[in-house]
Design a protein around this ligand. Sequence first.
Ligand SMILES: Cc1cc2nc3c(=O)[nH]c(=O)nc-3n(C[C@H](O)[C@H](O)[C@H](O)COP(=O)(O)OP(=O)(O)OC[C@H]3O[C@@H](n4cnc5c(N)ncnc54)[C@H](O)[C@@H]3O)c2cc1C
Length: 468
Amino acid sequence: MPLSLPNPLPSLPPSFPIYWRDDVHYEHARIGRVFNHRRPDRYPIAVVEAKREEHIVEAVKLAKTLNCRVSVRSGGHSWAAWSVRDDAVLIDLGKFFELSYDSETNVAKVSPSTTGRMLNTLLGHHGRFFPGGHCPDVGIGGFALQGGMGWNCKNWGWACERVLGVDVVTADGELVHCDKSQNTDLYFAARGAGPGFPGIVTRFYLQTLPVYSCMRSAAYFYSKEDYRKAVSWIIKLAGDYDPDTEIVAVSSYPPGCDELRVMVLLVTFKNSEDDARKALQVAEDCQPPGKVDGWFMKPTSLRCEYDDQAAANPEGHRYCADNAYVSNDADVVSVMEQAFTTLPTRKSFALWYAMAPCSRRPLPDMALSMQSDHYLALYTIWEQKHDDAKNRAWVKDTMRGVEQHSVGAYLGDSDFQSRQTRFWGQEQGKRLMQVRKERDPQGRICGFLDEGDKSGVEGLPNEHHWLL
Ligand SMILES: Cc1cc2nc3c(=O)[nH]c(=O)nc-3n(C[C@H](O)[C@H](O)[C@H](O)COP(=O)(O)OP(=O)(O)OC[C@H]3O[C@@H](n4cnc5c(N)ncnc54)[C@H](O)[C@@H]3O)c2cc1C
């Protein structure tokens, strides 16, 4: 039984931006900003479209009065729509907007619904850059909290390593600042807890990088039959490749092509044509024979890359994603073969994202602690509801063949309702669950959406489901 609306409704400040479940604007507020059109049948009691920090504090206090939970939405790009939770007060941060840059410290101050594209547009005017999500419209909020696999993550590290501090409304409705010297438990959690963060971040303090003035790419397309040849080649090459070059292998049906292709793509971030050529030449010189298409030294830019990513992840579609960090000692090419060669729809894609050498260095003291050299992700994309079961089954079946060769998974492309695995190192996982219990003993903040939304204060087991 859904929670009934309180009668009378609690008194709130005039013009407080709330839509109760019986409001005409409610349905739009509930799911209008959810990227995945496979929309959930979950119904918050109300949606607060916060415009100011005080609205967030007020919404948490309201949830306390009603004795219900709070859920949060920043950019709305969680594949599993984690922000939409039964009977919670959903705080949507889409209208709470702050974005500034301090040229003395090189630090950007950013509200959580700021997207990577918005942030980099501002920073570009100052000759700076932040390695946010590859898709332009992912919110910094969900992205940075779960670690943030941003541009050239394999070399420059996780986006959350550049989070210098966060402002947080706690589960008790108190506003606090967290960094390496104050509220250090929350600062630990803010870098890798993802949807299990026991508070609401209202502001991120981000260390920026100098912008790169010369971006170039090289691509090598192979037929499906040459999957093993192409992927073995790039896996061998990637670990100690040039440090400003991101490397990915993607299986997809390119626009206008009826056949599945395996593309190896290198994007280099440099400041001169010469440096870019030197970086890309290494792959060019040892590419395996038999490519069916490709390019070398193609001029590109963050804007072009964002456009390509947006086209690969079209709006208005239904999605199912999953992922695994394939173990470094696995036969990676064989483990990924089904994912790469049997895509269920023309719009779907599978990718291997090179993570070494950063995956092999010790990480700072933060919740994010799971990685391997090989990130495999499946993105299944379709249009019609009647294809849901078939496409979800493909993801499940494909992951069944992968998961026992993996060390764990990344929160960002996961759905805990479908699959439990490890998301943190053992110690970091235990510490994170402890921080959650101490900071939110009532389970006010919704946390991890597992099957039946039962995880509550306990959080996740951080264990592979076959070992539970
Ligand atoms: C098209 C697409 C491309 C993507 N590309 C990348 C990529 O390149 N790299 C990568 O790492 N990930 C990527 N992702 C995954 C993405 O980063 C995650 O889905 C992330 O959760 C999205 O953040 P959001 O704020 O947009 O989502 P939301 O759905 O708004 O947030 C997800 C959850 O995070 C928590 N949360 C968000 N904001 C706050 C806050 N302010 N305070 C407390 N908790 C909060 C809440 O539990 C919330 O429900 C991509 C996703 C999509 C759909």
